[in-house]
Ligand binder design. Structure first.
Ligand SMILES: [Zn+2]
Length: 433
């Protein structure tokens, strides 16, 4: 660890005067939302360490008044975040389908074959690249989390354990491993040095190569009060406006965009080199830019007031849980995703209000949620204890989870979500309470 890392961790390097936009360098002076002190949202506490203390760090997001990039300046070092990342993508069925459909589309649209080369950045356990491997298309995953990369290699997915950036990109290009397709799904937000990361992509992209980037859309975050998607491991919250600006500085232009339902509403951008004539600009890009402009994504007014919307949501979540408790109801949580931990910590919800959580990931079982210390069990516990309410923490998967666990209605149990507001699933509809 360098001295600079250490001073960031201690909070001494991030006072108001030294806080600079990671994209354009302007001083960040406009707070978007302050979610208080939070532990790293994936730092689940093993039962064997129940008596140990935990470190909490400020969680605040700002909007840059020059380039409108929303960002939560780093208070953690990258090593603290990624080396034992507990999230394995393979545990969500709908996400696996999403990966399969993406592969079909990309292979068809960009004519990929056994002569092509595909690179995925933050390739996790290889859940996406395995589709390319199955089709005989050469590929490489770059994954900084040691334990996750090891799982990918065991599954036969070529994977290197590195933090991606200009240095790694240049080395790959020098080794003749330039890419026809570079995939970055939900990774750009997790790279504190965004210009080093995008610069690395510019190094490995072939002259007519394609970059696809997926990320949750800031417009949806604001509209649906998705404050729980803000956590220390996510440094950035992107719009088309801000992302285009970052890419343009590395000679990359956006030529197409899809809007996706994933993660509560995402964008998939398609980009290529400025110099490539192989990819025509789609009308969809300017249509979305106009939509964002009308929404006010380039105006500070649009960002003001988000704090109060989040505070109002917190009050209604607590009202629901307190009422349930006073009526003698039992409440459990389904899923312990990172976003759930932001919400639990911000709202101050512990075992006084939610008895326990269940999660399919064995890496989270026999652990407690960071900060709030709600114990995590395998999903079978729902049948054993028959809670009255089951709160679905990964609300983006609410319909899939409610369908898989509809047996809770056998004992009169009901599913609940907290975002965009408190809703209960009754007669097939998510109704406000
Ligand atoms: Zn800026």
């Amino acid at each position: 660890m360098t001295i600079a890392d250490y001073s960031v961790m201690q909070g001494t390097a991030s006072d108001d005067t030294s806080r600079a936009c990671a994209n354009c360098g302007a001083t960040l002076q406009d707070l978007f939302v302050d979610l208080g002190m939070q532990p790293p949202c994936q730092a689940f506490v093993p039962n064997s360490e129940a008596d140990a203390t935990e470190a909490f760090y400020p969680l605040r997001a700002y909007v840059c008044r020059e380039c409108f990039l929303v960002q939560a300046p780093s208070t953690l070092s990258p090593g603290e975040i990624f080396t034992q990342y507990a999230y394995f993508s393979s545990y969500s069925d709908s996400w696996l389908d999403h990966a399969r459909r993406y592969t079909d589309m990309a292979v068809e649209r960009f004519g990929l074959n056994a002569e092509s080369f595909v690179v995925e950045l933050a390739s996790n356990d290889g859940y996406l690249l395995r589709n390319f491997v199955d089709r005989g298309i050469p590929c490489l995953g770059v994954e900084p989390a040691l334990n996750v990369a090891a799982v990918a290699r065991e599954r036969g997915i070529p994977t290197m354990t590195e933090f991606f950036g200009v240095e790694v990109g240049r080395k790959l290009a020098q080794d003749g491993r330039s890419a026809d397709l570079v995939i970055g799904n939900n990774v750009l937000a997790q790279c504190p040095d965004i210009h080093d990361f995008v610069g690395g992509i510019a190094e490995i992209l072939k002259p007519d190569g394609v970059l696809t980037l997926e990320f949750p859309h800031l417009v949806r975050l604001i509209e649906d009060r998705q404050f729980d998607t803000i956590y220390h491991e996510h440094f950035f919250y992107f719009s088309l406006l801000s992302t285009r600006n970052v890419l343009a500085q590395h000679g990359l232009r956006v030529f197409d965009v899809d809007t996706l339902p994933t993660h509560g509403g995402s964008l998939r951008l398609y980009a290529c080199r400025d110099t490539s004539t192989a990819h025509q600009l789609s009308d969809r890009v300017e249509a979305l830019a106009a939509e964002e402009h009308a929404f006010g994504i380039g105006s500070l007014d649009r960002y003001a007031g988000f704090q109060e919307q989040v505070a109002a949501l917190k009050r209604s979540v607590l009202r629901f849980l307190i009422d349930a408790k006073e009526q003698g109801k039992h409440v459990a949580a389904y899923g312990a995703p990172g976003k759930g931990n932001t919400l639990l910590n911000f709202c101050g919800i512990r075992t006084d209000l939610i008895d326990y959580a269940v999660d399919r990931a064995p890496s989270k079982q026999d652990h407690a949620t960071p900060g709030t210390r709600i114990p995590v069990f395998p999903p079978e516990r729902l049948r054993d204890t028959r809670p009255d309410y089951v709160v679905i923490m990964p609300w983006n998967l609410k319909d899939e989870i409610a369908e898989q666990h509809r047996y809770i209605s056998d004992w009169g149990g009901e599913f609940v979500i907290f975002l965009p507001d408190v809703r209960v699933l009754r007669d097939g509809e998510w109704s406000n309470v």
